[in-house]
Write a protein that binds this ligand. Structure first.
Ligand SMILES: C[S@@+](CC[C@H](N)C(=O)[O-])C[C@H]1O[C@@H](n2cnc3c(N)ncnc32)[C@H](O)[C@@H]1O
Length: 221
């Protein structure tokens, strides 16, 4: 393996899945984080929650196509790759530093994923070639100005691949009104809504703050 260059202000965090003392399936993913940068360069709590959900639901992820949107440091997508999905990790085309970090993180973990710039609501040619069975998005619902662009991309991809699902984690600051509004606006339906604390193991839940929800969303068509 090539040596991984560690930049100033950069740390490597380790995230464990399963109990190594009683399971052969258990593994860890290492993430390169940059404390100086904003958004996509460190692991947000929503990402820890979504990654744990992927691990717990790993049988459904084996052998399917997964696309992570706004992947940042990509923990959920990397767990999907580790449990056997064909994974594409994406982040804004305007954030080359985030996409380079994703490349380094894949190398560090010895995982092969496609990596692409995908800005929500923009229709570059590669978007039309995507056909994910599962879309992932951790903490991508944080700026109301981006919601239309994000859901334009999500609704397009969900309609293109019947039976596909968007699984996203977000900080719930407005009750369920936000999700209800987006479902109606984009002709989507919420098929599952759970509180992070209902499935997170206690050692991970104790580090979480706030009200993190996980929703599964499908097309109504
Ligand atoms: C709050 S961070 C979450 C990162 C990661 N999913 C996590 O939870 O650790 C939001 C991510 O969305 C990406 N993002 C923001 N606006 C975007 C857009 N218009 N198109 C694509 N990605 C975008 C950012 O670059 C960033 O990586």
């Amino acid at each position: 393996m090539e040596p991984i260059e560690v930049q100033p202000m950069t740390t490597i965090s380790t995230h464990s899945f399963g109990d190594a003392s009683d399971s052969d399936d258990a593994f860890s993913i290492r993430i390169i984080e940059n404390m100086k940068e904003e958004y996509g360069m460190f692991v947000w709590p929503c990402s820890v929650v979504l990654a744990e959900y992927v691990w717990q639901q790993r049988l459904r992820f084996a052998g399917v196509n997964v696309l992570e949107l706004g992947a940042g440091t990509s923990l959920p997508g990397l767990v999907s790759a580790r449990v056997g999905s064909h994974v594409t990790l994406s982040d804004s085309s305007d954030r080359p530093e985030v996409l380079s970090n994703v490349r380094r993180v894949c190398l560090l973990n010895g995982l092969e994923c496609e990596i692409m710039g995908l800005t929500w609501g923009e229709w570059d040619e590669p978007v039309f070639n995507l056909e994910p069975n599962i879309l992932l998005g951790a903490d991508v619902l944080y700026d109301t100005q981006d919601f239309d662009n994000l859901f334009a991309t999500v609704a397009f991809l969900l309609k293109k691949a019947p039976g596909s699902v968007f699984i996203t984690t977000y900080h719930n600051r407005s009750g369920h009104h936000l999700i209800e509004y987006l479902m109606v606006k984009w002709s989507l339906k919420c098929t599952k809504l759970v509180d992070a604390f209902s499935f997170m193991p206690s050692h991970k839940a104790s580090d979480l703050q706030g009200n993190i929800q996980l929703v599964e969303i499908m097309s109504c068509e």
